[in-house]
Write a protein that binds this ligand. Structure first.
Ligand SMILES: [Zn+2]
Ligand SMILES: [Zn+2]
Length: 160
């Protein structure tokens, strides 16, 4: 039986989380992982119980939707809420993090970021990651390679 790689497994998880995003501008998902275990996850969305962009439209200031908390930030805040250490952990994220998220990721002690899609990769964010010795690895999400694996999960045909 073929097995999914850890990188593709966590990348798939971050893409599943992105499907929960409530902002129509960009669906982002992020997973915090330690020693191949999922610690926390987040997606691009409003505060808990708040108004959703998908219901009321985005709240745009200076071409940014200010209603949502970014996926990376939500994953880090989930760790804060439940007292999960982020020092030395890794993050899998669907898109290259924005500058404010990059700073929060660095300051939380995350040591490596795997991102699937380049997204306005800010040169200053890249510079800060280098200064902080946070590794960046581009891991494109291979959704097509999952299909045969997912197919093997269905009910087995009874032998005749
Ligand atoms: Zn929005
Ligand atoms: Zn961000």
């Amino acid at each position: 039986m073929e097995r999914i790689s850890w990188n593709q497994y966590f990348m798939a998880q971050s893409h599943l989380l992105a499907l929960r995003s409530t902002c129509t501008r960009l669906a982002v998902g992020a997973m915090i992982v330690r020693e191949n275990r999922m610690m926390a996850g987040g997606y691009n969305g409003s505060i808990a119980g708040g108004t959703h962009c998908i219901d009321d439209g985005c709240y745009v200031i200076d071409n940014h939707c200010v209603r949502t908390i970014h996926a990376e930030m939500n994953a880090l805040l989930q760790c804060a809420k439940f007292g999960v250490p982020t020092e030395g952990a890794e993050m899998f994220v669907t898109h290259f993090p924005c500058l404010p998220c990059s700073k929060a990721i660095i300051q939380s002690g995350i040591k490596k970021i795997y991102y699937a899609t380049d997204y306005k990769n800010h040169p200053y964010a890249i510079d800060l990651f280098q200064q902080a010795k946070v590794q960046l690895e581009h891991v494109p999400f291979e959704s097509r390679s999952l299909e045969p694996l997912l197919g093997s999960l269905g009910p087995k045909e009874k032998g005749g």
